[in-house]
Design a binder for this molecule. Structure first.
Ligand SMILES: Cc1ncc(COP(=O)(O)O)c(C=O)c1O
Length: 299
């Protein structure tokens, strides 16, 4: 799956630090920490007319990631919401929109790793684009397991949503070379962690399983799916899952803000059914209730 350029995004306005810029002028300094060391945190948000899906949780995760990385001058939630609001209004966007929200450690006085070189505060970027769901959620996606492991807290805690997901990018490159849509990453013990850019679920004998969040991003769509299951009497649990269990599952699906819920129809050449009633039930429940999770920009 390769996203295409959407001409509606040719002249969008992008928020950087304290104001909006036309797309062509929306640039950050070569001294910015994101350029120097991938030293930034981010969120992906989806906009519906009813509001932004799980806005508060996304903002909490952004600010928590920034705190873990000891950013100083972290904007308040109200300040971030105001920047998002101004960006959406400037672009006339209220649906079919995805926002890439990035907070970098900011500009350095000279190149170098040391955060003490960052003396002009953090830099918030609000990049809102016209972007419908990125996967074809009817036909599903094909994936391969990657030799690249997803890291756990022993190395770099996967709970930090940072801009340094190079191991995930390497897994995606392996999938590209194999002609598949995504790379399936294992944790350091060999259990399933997640796809390179989304979380994974497997339906086995009427139970919806997802890997523990030890070595994957604790995705907000993942949490929403678990909540929807529990609210609708569908058994749902976190578990250590092996590749063999996924190959033989009644259904497998990926979750993320970019694509919402996407059936996985092939793993390492093994066909996974996408028509099991339990899978259709969960996908249907999500579709019917996701807009109830939208929150307005209230600052
Ligand atoms: C590595 C990774 N896993 C999973 C996800 C899905 O997370 P969410 O449901 O919060 O969008 C993302 C999205 O940013 C991601 O980057």
């Amino acid at each position: 799956m390769l996203q295409k350029f959407d001409s509606r995004n040719s002249d969008i306005k992008v928020w950087i630090k304290d104001r909006l810029y036309p797309r062509q002028e929306a640039k950050i300094s070569v001294f910015d920490s994101a350029v120097q060391g991938g030293d930034a945190v981010w969120e992906g948000l989806r906009v519906y007319p009813e509001g932004i899906v799980c806005l508060d949780e996304h903002l909490n995760r952004l600010l928590a990631s920034a705190k873990t990385l000891a950013f100083t001058d972290i904007p308040t939630k109200a300040e971030v919401m105001e920047a998002i609001d101004k960006t959406l209004k400037a672009n006339g966007m209220s649906d079919d929109t995805h926002i890439r929200l990035t907070l970098t450690r900011g500009e350095k006085i000279t190149s170098g790793m040391d955060p003490r070189l960052n003396q002009s505060g953090s830099c918030l970027i609000v990049l809102a684009e016209w972007k419908p769901l990125v996967y074809d959620n009817n036909s599903g996606i094909k994936v391969i397991s990657s030799s690249q492991r997803r890291n756990g807290p022993q190395f770099l805690d996967s709970k930090i949503h940072h801009n340094n997901l190079l191991n995930n990018i390497l897994a995606k490159i392996q999938a590209n070379v194999a002609g598949k849509d995504a790379g399936l990453m294992l944790d350091e013990r060999g259990f399933v962690a997640e796809l390179n850019g989304s979380n994974l679920f497997a339906l086995i004998n009427g139970v919806v399983y997802t890997p523990f969040a030890h070595a994957c991003l604790p995705g907000i769509t993942r949490k929403t799916v678990m909540e929807i299951c529990r609210n609708n009497g569908v058994a749902c649990a976190e578990a250590d899952l092996s590749l063999s269990e996924l190959y033989n599952a009644d259904g497998v699906f990926a979750t993320g803000t970019m694509g919402e819920l996407t059936p996985v129809v092939e793993i390492d050449g093994r066909v996974i059914a996408k028509d099991h009633p339990d899978l259709s039930h969960v996908l249907g429940l999500f579709k019917a209730s996701i807009r109830n999770f939208c929150q307005p920009l209230d600052y």
